[in-house]
Ligand binder design. Structure first.
Ligand code: SDX
Length: 430
């Protein structure tokens, strides 16, 4: 086998260039040496959606889209879903190792003592219309936290970064629950440190007038697993946004608000909400063939299907699908489940979907579980943002440790007008 390098011949000049290959990549900046003449700026790569561009070196999450492999810090997602808790997995993503019992106890204590929200942030949440989309409220509240913790702007301080991480992980659950309570017109439930992270979240969401709220253990376990599955997913759209904003040394609350905004899109984390809206629009199993025809004509998208990386199956979807049956035993099956199963049956066999490698992704099944838990569709993406905040902050912390961290500033291909002189308004033509 030859050397780890490319030999490039520029046919414009006959010049040859040796470009080293490292970790299966070439450094795009090495292409700048390839010039057609001395005036030339040098070659750029053009990859608008970053389809084939690595933007980070990360030790947090490993994905293999062909084989459907997902590992957090080397641990298979299937094993974490079966044996871990969301708090333990959060520790793993942040610190890189599974905690000892003592470390986990301290971690859970630290997080539980940051769950209270500053009254300014609570008042901001309550200032939104009750009908505001919970993700708009979530993004606004997260951004506001940056104004309450000025120490967050010292992004060079290692201890400050960990403190913000603990605050964020703790407070996103409180904020998420408060967005739901606002929507429902119910008073906020303050956190209860006696309960674990997920139990406390369920209590903040669902406690009404009962003095002692006891979370349903099946639902508490299901949410733990869903939160584990949603915690990180390497350089997805929202995590890349977190890194881009963080690269300017903005505080982590501002960066996380941007990441949450990216997640809100229906092509990303907003898909779980879009799946339920799609199923409700289809309305009945007998309407599925007609909807499939619309998708094939390009008139509709099969929300919850397809993935930029997974080209066989999304391992998270497989786990969630199995878990859905346990939840439905407690909650009763989702009325839209039959439609979902028929869509899945067709998509897994119909060549239009198979040829495009469109398989159910994590968002396809999670919405069915949340709907079976009587959660309103518009809270589903908040249920994604809460656990993904761990991945966002872990990736931000990893980036902030880099010695050669530089602000992200891509180039462009200019396709606009050439130089031209200003035209006085009286001389302009429509
Ligand atoms: C998440 O990146 C991550 O890791 C994300 C995520 C995470 O954990 O962070 O996994 C979470 O965002 C999951 C994805 C949730 N989104 C959806 O379910 C929305 C529906 N899916 C798509 O919009 C789409 O599949 C994407 C956005 C997920 C991926 O799109 P790509 O990789 O840009 O692929 P593409 O749009 O270029 O599609 C390739 C072909 C096209 O057909 P042709 O033009 O070649 O004929 O497949 C078609 C697309 O039209 N296609 C679909 C489709 N998804 C792709 N056709 C119908 N329905 C779909 N869902």
């Amino acid at each position: 086998m030859g050397s780890d390098s490319l030999t490039i011949v520029d046919n414009r000049t006959g010049q040859k260039y040796e470009i080293p290959i490292v970790d299966g990549t070439i450094r795009a900046i090495d292409l700048r040496a390839i010039k057609k003449d001395k005036e030339d700026f040098g070659l750029l790569t053009y990859d608008p959606a970053l389809l084939n561009t690595a933007t980070a070196r990360s030790a947090i999450t490993f994905l293999d889209g062909e084989k459907g492999i997902l590992r957090y810090r080397g641990y298979p997602i299937e094993q974490l879903a079966a044996h871990s808790t969301f708090m333990e997995t959060a520790y793993l993503l942040i610190f890189g190792q599974l905690p000892t019992a003592t470390q986990l106890e301290k971690w859970e204590w630290d997080i539980s003592h940051h769950t209270l929200l500053h009254t300014n942030a609570q008042k901001l949440i309550e200032s939104f219309r009750h009908s505001a989309h919970p993700m708009s409220v979530f993004i606004g509240a997260i951004s506001a936290l940056g104004s309450l913790y000025p120490d967050a702007r010292d992004t060079a301080c290692v201890e400050c970064r960990l403190l913000q991480a603990q605050r964020i992980i703790a407070k996103v659950a409180t904020i998420g629950a408060f967005t739901y309570r606002l929507n429902q017109g119910w008073p906020m439930n303050y956190p209860d440190d006696e309960l674990g992270y997920v139990g406390n979240y369920l209590r903040m969401m669902f406690r009404m007038t009962e003095h002692k709220y006891v979370p349903n253990p099946v639902l508490e376990r299901a949410i733990n697993v869903l939160f584990i599955l949603h915690a990180d997913h390497e350089q997805n759209c929202s995590t890349s946004t977190m890194r881009v904003i963080g690269s300017s040394q903005a505080d982590p609350y501002s960066a996380l608000a941007g990441a949450a905004a990216a997640l809100y899109g229906p092509l990303h984390g907003g898909a779980n909400e879009a799946v339920l809206l799609m199923l409700e629009q289809i309305g009945s199993v007998r309407n599925v063939p007609g909807f499939i025809d619309k998708v094939k004509k390009g008139e509709a998208k099969l929300m919850g299907f397809g993935h930029r990386v997974y080209k066989n199956f999304d391992p998270r979807g497989q786990i969630i699908k199995k878990m859905a049956h346990e939840v439905f035993e407690v909650t009763g099956a989702s009325p839209l489940q039959d439609i979902a199963l028929e869509l899945e049956r067709i998509a897994l066999h119909d060549d239009y979907f198979v040829s495009r490698k469109l398989y159910p992704n994590v968002d396809f099944y999670s919405g069915l579980i949340y709907q079976a838990m009587n959660l309103p569709t518009n809270i589903f993406t908040v249920m994604f943002a809460i656990p993904r905040s761990v991945g966002w902050i872990a990736q931000w912390m990893e980036m902030m440790r880099e010695d050669d961290l530089k602000i992200v500033r891509p180039r462009q291909i200019y396709v606009g007008e050439g130089a031209r002189d200003y035209v006085p308004i009286e001389s302009r033509k429509a």
